[in-house]
Design a protein around this ligand. Structure first.
Ligand SMILES: NC(=O)c1ccc[n+]([C@@H]2O[C@H](COP(=O)([O-])OP(=O)(O)OC[C@H]3O[C@@H](n4cnc5c(N)ncnc54)[C@H](OP(=O)(O)O)[C@@H]3O)[C@@H](O)[C@H]2O)c1
Length: 308
């Protein structure tokens, strides 16, 4: 079927996988949204700028179906400023966007599919069914535009020199036209053939990888080999984060700890899903950097070597 790729299990454990980092804004009690999922935007404009800046270091940005269903998330670059930042770092002007949905139940009318649908229809710009690209921001992190943040952070504020490597010499600042980033859906055999075909009509590729849950080593190996993804940012939600933590595939954790308490037993947290039942198995990290900006704390944790 056109646009649908069925992956075989990985033949070798030696296959190179992307560097994976999880980036989330959490309340002081570890929540990522309210219990009714109505509010997930509580970071400052500064935090939103941080999210876009981090995306501008990555080849791909990924989130779970729950996040796409709950909000007007588009996983975009954040605008010309951030695309320029990508170019100066030797990256493509747009990152690959990845949605994870084991069931494949995603409404093609969701905003994330909008720009691509319009592009396929041969129109410049956006799908008339959805808000304009400039209005689709990332409400999951902040209702305010990152552009209104007082003094956008330089990359070096969060990553000291040398932590982000430029892969090739910066090109001479060409104008960057609007063209939507490619969109890939990672799914499983739970999504039937007709579901996959429906998704293939609104995405660049549908990758079937796993029976009930995504087979992460296989999926990440595919992202690296087929799409050139060396650095992947995962932006939640809690269920997807948990799957990656349990698979032991998260190298870095970027947390913005916001000065509020959300509470609520049903409110999603940084890592939900199945979790670890034994402390010895818990995903462990070391605090690498932290920076206070106003009342928010920007923290970077790095994975502890499981043998260490
Ligand atoms: N504060 C923040 O920074 C932040 C960031 C992101 C999200 N959020 C909020 O978090 C909430 C969503 O979190 P969530 O935990 O409910 O949902 P989620 O992690 O975004 O998505 C869960 C869904 O993703 C798919 N999925 C995840 N792991 C999978 C795996 N290993 N294999 C196959 N499919 C997998 C499944 O889709 P199917 O159901 O299709 O099988 C699952 O139901 C939203 O309210 C969102 O606004 C907040």
């Amino acid at each position: 079927m056109k646009g649908v790729i069925h992956l075989r299990p990985l033949a070798s454990r030696q296959t190179r996988l992307p560097f994976v980092l999880v980036n989330m804004a959490i309340s002081a009690d570890g929540k990522i949204a309210t219990a009714n999922r109505a509010v997930a935007s509580f970071g400052s404009p500064r935090d939103l700028a941080h999210l876009y800046t981090l995306r501008a270091t990555a080849d791909a940005v990924m989130c779970g179906a729950g996040t796409v269903r709950d909000g007007a998330v588009t996983l975009d670059t954040g605008g010309a400023r951030y695309r320029q930042l990508r170019l100066t770092r030797g990256l493509a002007p747009h990152h690959l966007r990845v949605i994870v949905s084991g069931s494949g139940h995603l409404d093609p009318e969701l905003p994330i599919f909008g720009a691509l649908s319009a592009d396929r229809a041969g129109k410049a710009g956006v799908n008339p069914r959805t808000p304009s690209a400039s209005r689709i921001r990332e409400p999951v992190r902040s209702a305010q535009s990152a552009r209104s943040a007082p003094g956008l952070p330089a990359l070096s504020e969060f990553w000291p020199p040398g932590t982000c490597k430029t892969r090739r010499p910066p090109p001479e600042s060409p104008p960057v036209p609007f063209s939507p980033a490619p969109l890939l859906i990672l799914t499983t055999e739970r999504a039937g053939a007709s579901q996959c075909a429906r998704l293939a009509a609104v995405a660049d590729a549908v990758v079937v990888c796993g029976v009930r849950e995504v087979n992460w080593p296989g999926a990440l190996a595919h992202l690296r080999a087929r799409w050139g993804v060396k650095r992947l940012v995962c932006e939640g939600g809690g269920e997807l984060n948990d799957a990656l933590f349990r698979a032991g595939l998260v190298h870095e954790l970027h947390l913005t700890i916001c000065p509020l308490l959300i509470g609520g037993r049903q409110a999603p947290t940084l890592a939900d899903g199945v979790g670890f039942t034994r402390l010895i198995d818990a995903a462990r990290f070391r605090l690498l950097r932290r920076r206070r900006v106003g009342d928010e704390l920007f923290c970077v944790y790095t994975r502890r070597d499981p043998r260490g």
